[in-house]
Design a protein around this ligand. Structure first.
Ligand code: SF4
Ligand code: FES
Length: 265
């Protein structure tokens, strides 16, 4: 049954990437437990605006767990306390009246704070631009059985394709690695016949883009898998490593040197 709760929020506020930032305290009173976490922040922001103060900046779009735009570290955990749940799908019923809630942005060398809880996740876009596509002409929709694909393979590709690019895996990783994200994006294409022609170049280019963006390397902490709202498995990191090594052996393209690259095998 729905009820109302009141919380004390300790929110990271930072005017831009060069500002030092600080924790500010806000009261969130009369919050319905049916609200989502973002709706709770909307209520706080409405009150701040009516008082003539700056609202708390945060990202969101679909608010349905689909787009990957939302994200903040709540009480030390990316996307908050509920497993397999984005921040926009986290409900206030998971908090108790009188709780103090610590809210921080994704913290990673590769993600610069734009303002408060909003961070620049364009480094993930650059990894996709480096190879997260196929160049086969699409044309008209082919017959569903034109290229037979074993169901188990199709399921694995679909599971990898569930990644919404939120960046929680990076925020959770002590090394700030984007291996789970990149592994998912490489896997969803490498598993299917349509993605094989460019598989080698894709693995090399995406790993190169990942390193250039300043992401760290995987040391098998598995924090990424634990916080991923789409439950992307670290077997995708192992597949990324295999694709990368295969590309190095069999392709004429030189394998970029890596320091301690992904050890999730
Ligand atoms: S792997 Fe999971 S946590 Fe990482 S970007 Fe994709 S959906 Fe988000
Ligand atoms: S706002 Fe789209 S996933 Fe949360």
């Amino acid at each position: 049954m729905s009820k109302t709760i009141s919380l004390t929020l300790r929110v990271w506020q930072q005017n831009g990437p060069r500002d030092r930032g600080r924790l500010e305290t806000h009261l969130a009173g009369d919050i319905s437990t049916d609200m989502s976490f973002l709706e709770m922040l909307d209520v706080v922001n409405e009150r701040l605006t009516l008082e003539g103060r700056e609202p708390i900046a945060f990202d969101s779009d679909c608010r349905e767990g689909i787009c990957g735009m939302c994200g903040a570290v709540v009480n030390g955990r990316p996307h908050g306390p509920e497993k397999a749940t984005t921040l926009c799908q986290l409900h206030m019923r998971h908090f108790a009246d009188g709780d103090t809630v610590l809210i921080e942005p994704w913290r990673s060398r590769a993600f610069k704070v734009v303002r408060d809880l909003a961070v620049d996740r364009s480094p993930l876009d650059r990894i996709i631009m480096a190879g997260g596509y196929i160049s086969a002409g699409t044309g008209a929709a082919p017959d569903a059985n034109a290229i037979p694909i074993p169901q188990e393979t199709a399921e694995k590709a679909m599971d990898a394709a569930a990644c919404i690019g939120c960046g929680a895996c990076v925020a959770a990783c002590p090394n700030g690695a984007a291996m789970l994200f990149t592994g998912a994006k490489v896997s969803q294409l490498a598993l299917l016949p349509q993605g094989r022609p460019e598989a080698a170049q894709r693995a090399l280019s995406m790993v190169c883009a990942m390193d250039e963006a300043g992401f760290g390397n995987c040391t098998n902490e598995r924090e990424c898998e634990a916080v991923c709202p789409k439950e992307i498995s670290i077997t995708n990191i192992a597949r990324l490593n295999r694709e990368f090594l295969k590309a190095g052996f069999f392709s004429r393209v030189r394998t970029p040197a890596r320091s301690g690259a992904g050890k999730a095998d």
